[in-house]
Ligand binder design. Structure first.
Ligand SMILES: [Zn+2]
Length: 413
């Protein structure tokens, strides 16, 4: 800018605009000074108008660029927040899944399993357990947006400052987009790993369930009680909707139920082969001959219902699940007196009668007006209906049912 210039334009960026310079250089010849001065003044004033207009235009441009940069940054920040939310939800599920799968994999029962299903499940678990937390560090975008909001109400600022901020916001947007993409990728990786664990977990427990089913098929002498206990766990192992209940403790329960089944099979087989228990086998066979295919477990005890030596005593617990079954408990007196007279048979018939009340063919008779679900009258009448009009049928303990009751119970066959 020439030193004689009477004007002091506003501060500009380092590079002056070139046409301002050439216009001022044109005012050099000394002749016609006054006219020239007027002309020059007019030109300078016009130029300054242009300078001010251009400066105003640059300021507007700067603000527009800044607004655009902040708007783009805002959108990117929203997208990153959404990606973070998705990732957090994934990570939460992943943490609970890894904990549950880890509790299975840590069990000795699992480590004893050499099947491919167990190996696949372990591999999937190790993959999910190795995933890092992808939550990014604060990239400063939130603070930049807050600053931009403050600036909006702070009044005029020179355009070069505004241009610089717009450029910084664009850089920040780049960082935010990068963080967003990293979160999306991490959520995808977590989802894949979780799906793998879910799939291999289901396959592993499905194989465990199949093993349990084979166990039951191979251990038919085992008590119904031990079979039913394992059956419930097989259902849990095989049900996709119950995966969240399958942890290490569940696996241990399952294997314990399998072991109990096998132990029961061994005990029952040993008792069958024991000649000293031949009378018990005979009594059990007799009871089964009355039970219309209902499965019966037997428990022998020195004392049942508080009655031991010198007494005949028994109980029956009936279950309607699994095709209907019962546990009949008999005291040693039944075994000792077996064959002396018909009372032990009458008592066994009474206990089987309790179980029969719950067969579909008989339950209406039991719950109908003649019995009104009176257990002991029913069991006694059922025993009498088989020909045991004796104290052991229940008459001694409960009194004699009516002839009508005996006739109705006799319809249950
Ligand atoms: Zn009874």
């Amino acid at each position: 800018m020439p030193p004689e210039s009477p004007f002091s334009p506003p501060a500009l960026p380092a590079e002056p605009l070139p046409w301002v310079e050439s216009t001022l250089l044109a005012a050099q010849p000394r002749r016609h000074r006054r006219r020239r001065a007027i002309v020059v003044t007019g030109v300078v004033l016009a130029s300054l108008g242009l300078v001010a207009g251009a400066f105003w235009g640059i300021s507007v441009l700067a603000v527009q660029q800044k607004d655009l940069a902040v708007a783009v940054l805002r959108t990117a920040v929203d997208e990153q927040a959404a990606a973070q939310k998705t990732y957090d939800a994934r990570a939460r599920y992943g943490a609970s899944l890894a904990e549950r799968a880890g509790s299975v994999v840590a069990r000795a029962e699992f480590n004893a399993d050499t099947t491919p299903d167990a190996a696949h499940f372990r591999l999937a678990y190790e993959t999910i357990a190795a995933l890092d937390d992808e939550t990014p560090e604060d990239n400063g975008a939130g603070a930049a947006i807050a600053r931009a909001d403050d600036d909006d109400s702070a009044g005029y600022r020179p355009p070069w400052e505004v241009f610089t901020e717009a450029a910084a916001d664009r850089d920040l947007t780049h960082d935010v987009v990068h963080d967003r993409d990293a979160l999306i990728a991490a959520a995808k990786e977590a989802t894949d790993a979780q799906d793998w664990v879910d799939d291999t977990e289901a396959a592993y427990f499905s194989a465990v369930a199949a093993r349990g089913t084979s166990d039951i098929a191979a251990n038919t002498l085992a008590t119904k009680q031990s079979q039913v206990a394992l059956t419930r766990l097989i259902e849990q192992a095989d049900d996709p909707a119950m995966s969240t209940s399958r942890d290490g403790a569940f696996l241990s329960s399952f294997v314990a139920a399998e072991n109990a089944l096998v132990a029961s099979q061994a005990a029952e087989a040993a008792e069958l082969a024991d000649p000293a228990l031949a009378v018990r086998r005979e009594i059990e066979d007799y009871a089964r001959s009355l039970s219309n295919e209902m499965t019966l477990d037997f428990v022998w005890a020195p004392e049942v219902n508080g009655k031991g030596e010198g007494w005949l005593s028994g109980t029956a617990e009936t279950y309607q699940s699994d095709g209907g079954w019962a546990v009949i408990t008999l005291n040693y007196g039944v075994e000792e007196d077996w064959g002396l007279d018909e009372n032990p048979r009458a008592l066994v018939a009474h206990e089987v009668g309790h179980a029969q009340a719950h067969r579909p063919a008989c339950s209406a008779l039991f719950t109908g007006p003649v019995f009104g679900s009176d257990d002991e009258m029913w069991a006694t009448a059922w025993s009498i209906s088989l020909g045991f009009d004796l104290p052991g049928s229940g008459i001694e303990a409960y009194g004699r049912p009516s002839d009508e009751q005996i006739a109705v119970a006799g319809q249950c066959r």
